[in-house]
Structure formats: structure tokens, C-alpha cells
Design a protein. Structure first.
Length: 424
């Protein structure tokens, strides 16, 4: 019987789960949309029912006795307040929800170090400061923490990645003193564990619910973004992952942390390594302003990806860029308009590829290692012409992504925990 580790990804639209073997191959996969279980995707009860259904579907296709560990990832910056029994006291604030309390935001601005990820109206710390006013509050947890607590019964522990936007100091590995000086009740913040470390075992109720052994380890997880990076198989210093979705996001594995708030760059800790990256406002949403997906596919087949148009486009949907150029007034450059639609699309793809290359260059200028290879995820990764243009611009090896499922990255953390606990 080959042992298995399970990774669970809970997001804004659904729940996904992967069962992974020790060689990182995927034994089973299951997914469920949140709206199947309720209209309110903010309701933690809906999260849990979706996770429960997803996990039961996954386990129906594997030997339950082979499961050794479970880990959970969630959306970064999504928080909820709970009582002493782990029950939510109010509707969670999601990753993109803003705290409008000027006093809270001003206090954080005045106390937090410039490089802290706790700045901004969407930060986890702003949400925690707001929630601590609730009567009967026992703790403030991140989305992944609360789901993991359903398995372990622990509602007092988080991981280093989810805690970053709540003000956690990943370099010193502790909650910094300045958070308490803001008036934050430190007893409401969870203990913080290293991603991939064992934080507990299944409760009797969870073991019975899923037909698993009580000895199954519950392992500290991560954010959905970090999990997506891990899922690709990137594991060495200098290895990068580019997400070509509606926006362009790049991440690189670094031997040192990179913090550059001006560019929206923060670093998540992964053991003794760091995951640094940034997101540009360019990407698929710009292409969609000009062509339908079907038309992009048609035109891409006609593109000569070996030659250059010689144009210097900077494709943006509207004025403003944050990475790799920090300029809120930067205007799109999409002129001169090529007569041929294929050439026009080609010039835009060249422009986005140039921004990608500049992004990795910017990270290197800030102290990250030189890019040695890249893996690609997202819809744009399947575009052969775009891939060839990017290959020429980046000048590094293009490696296949083992998976683009965040749950697969979290399953890798579960495997890590099971190995350290001697369960494999």
C-alpha cells in the first residue's frame, strides 16, 4: 500500500483536493464549486461543506488507509473572528475586502515598518484590529487556519505565509512588538508554524466523518499563491514561475528575502528559502480588450514567433502600473497600430514578454538571484507562439509545470510533514 498525502485548496469559487504519492505523482483529484452548497460564498459553513464533499469524493477513489497527512491552503488575507469553540462570530473579510476605518489604517501606517506586508486597507492586520472589537471574541484566524481546525480541533495556529499580511515577521519568525503597541490584543493572534510542519492529528470526529485513521497528521499549510508555485515543481534557487492569466504574475525562489513595497513585492518564507515576486497590470485582460479568445487562438497560429516586430509596446488596460515599473500614471503603449491583426497581437505578446523579462530583472536588481529557469501556468501558457516569444526574451530554460493546481502544492507540504513525522 503506497502512502498518500492530501492537499486541500479552498478559494473564492470552490474547493479542490489532491491525493499525492511520495514521488509527487497525483493519485486522485476532486473539486466542488461553492455555489453548489449555498449562495453566500463568504459563509464559512459553505466553505466547510464544500471541503467535506470534495474530500469525500477524493477519498472514494483511493485507499483511505493509505492517507498519512492533510494540509490546507486558502486565500491570503482572508480572516474571520471565532469564539472559544471555533465558531465564526461574524462574516469573514475576504482577501480583497477593504477596512474603511481611517484610525486603524493611520495607526498601521505610523507603526509598521515600511517593508511590512501589513500596510493597506486589505491587510490582514487591519481586519484583525477591526474584529477584536467584537464581544465574545476568542481568536482571529485566516481561512486556511479555520479549515485545518475542522480536522485537528486546533483553532489557535496558523502558518508563516498566511500570517505575513497580518504583520508576522518572517525573518525573525515572531509577531513583532509594534503590533501590540497598536493596541492589538496579542492573545487573539494564532501561534505560527512553519509550512509543512505537523500541527496536530485528526480529531475522532474528523476521522469518523471521513473514514480515516486518527494518526493522520494535520500539517501547516500556506497561501493559495505559494501553493500554486510549489505545485509546479520549482524547488531550486533561481527557479521562476510565471502566471499568464488576466494579469501577469512572476515569482522566483530566492536565498534571501526581497521586500520592496513600492513595487508590491514581499517575500514568503518556505523553510530556509524565500518566494519573492510581483504582479503587473498587463496580461490577458489587455488582450481581451482587442480580441476574443477564439480570435487570439486563430491569430496566434499565423504568428511568426522567430522574428521581431521591432515595436516597443507596453500593453495596459488603462493608465497605471505597479511592477516592474512603479508609476500610477504610466500610459499604455499600443501604437503604431499594425494593419495586420496577427502582427498587432504579436507586438502585444512581445510587449508582455518584455515586461516579464523586466520583472525578473527588477527582482535581481533588488537582490533576488538571477533567473535560471521558468515554468508557466495560466491560460497563456498554452499559447505556442507566445511561449516562443517569451523563450527568446527571457533566454533561460523553459521547464514543464508538474501541475497548476494549488492543492497539489499543498499536498507537497503534507508529504513534507508526513516525512518529518516518520509517517512515510
Amino acid at each position: 500500500m503506497e502512502p498518500l498525502a492530501i492537499g486541500i485548496d479552498i478559494g473564492t469559487s470552490g474547493s479542490r483536493a489532491v491525493a499525492m504519492r511520495p514521488d509527487f505523482s497525483i493519485a486522485a483529484y476532486a473539486a466542488m464549486p461553492l455555489d453548489r452548497f449555498g449562495a453566500n460564498g463568504r459563509d464559512p459553513a459553505v466553505w466547510w461543506v464544500a471541503v467535506e464533499a470534495t474530500l469525500k469524493a477524493l477519498l472514494s477513489g483511493v485507499d483511505r488507509a493509505a492517507v498519512r497527512a492533510i494540509a490546507v491552503d486558502g486565500t491570503s488575507g482572508t480572516l474571520l473572528p471565532i469564539d472559544g469553540a471555533g465558531r465564526p462570530l461574524a462574516e469573514p473579510l475576504l482577501y480583497n475586502d477593504k477596512v474603511s476605518d481611517d484610525a486603524i489604517l493611520a495607526a498601521i501606517t505610523g507603526a509598521a515598518p515600511e517593508a511590512s506586508a501589513a500596510h493597506g486597507a486589505t491587510s490582514g492586520l487591519a481586519k484583525a484590529l477591526r474584529f477584536q472589537r467584537l464581544p465574545g471574541i476568542h481568536a482571529v484566524l485566516h481561512q486556511a487556519d479555520w479549515i485545518a481546525g475542522q480536522f485537528s480541533g486546533r483553532f489557535d495556529v496558523s502558518d508563516e505565509n498566511n500570517s505575513l499580511k497580518t504583520g508576522y515577521d518572517a525573518e525573525k519568525r515572531r509577531w513583532p512588538d509594534w503590533i501590540a503597541e497598536l493596541g492589538m490584543r496579542m492573545d487573539l493572534l494564532p501561534a505560527v508554524a512553519r509550512p509543512g510542519s505537523v500541527t496536530g492529528r485528526l480529531t475522532a470526529a474528523a476521522a469518523d466523518l471521513f473514514g480515516l485513521q486518527r494518526e493522520v497528521a494535520v500539517v501547516a499549510g500556506t497561501t493559495d499563491g505559494c501553493a500554486s508555485f510549489l505545485a509546479t515543481g520549482a524547488a531550486g534557487t533561481g527557479e521562476g514561475v510565471t502566471a499568464l492569466g488576466s494579469s501577469l504574475t512572476i515569482k522566483i525562489l530566492s536565498d534571501r528575502p526581497i521586500f520592496a513595497p513600492r513595487y508590491g513585492i514581499y517575500s514568503h518564507r518556505l523553510g530556509d528559502a524565500w518566494l519573492a515576486g510581483g504582479a503587473s497590470n498587463t496580461g490577458g485582460k489587455v488582450l481581451a480588450q482587442h480580441f476574443s479568445l477564439a480570435r487570439i487562438i486563430e491569430l496566434s497560429a499565423a504568428i511568426d514567433a522567430v522574428t521581431e516586430t521591432g515595436l516597443d509596446y507596453y500593453p495596459l488596460a488603462s493608465a497605471g502600473e505597479r511592477f516592474p515599473i512603479a508609476d500610477a500614471t504610466l500610459k499604455p503603449r499600443l501604437l503604431p497600430r499594425q494593419e495586420s491583426d496577427a502582427d498587432y497581437l504579436k507586438a502585444m505578446l512581445e510587449g508582455i514578454a518584455a515586461i516579464e523579462a523586466l520583472g525578473y530583472q527588477r527582482l535581481a536588481e533588488l537582490g533576488a538571484p538571477r533567473l535560471t529557469s521558468v515554468r508557466s501556468v495560466g491560460g497563456g501558457a498554452a499559447n505556442a507562439a507566445w511561449t516562443e516569444i517569451r523563450r527568446r526574451k527571457l533566454g533561460v530554460a523553459f521547464l514543464p509545470a508538474l501541475s497548476d493546481e494549488a492543492a497539489a502544492g499543498t499536498a507537497r507540504l503534507a508529504l513534507m510533514g508526513a516525512t518529518e513525522a516518520g509517517l512515510l
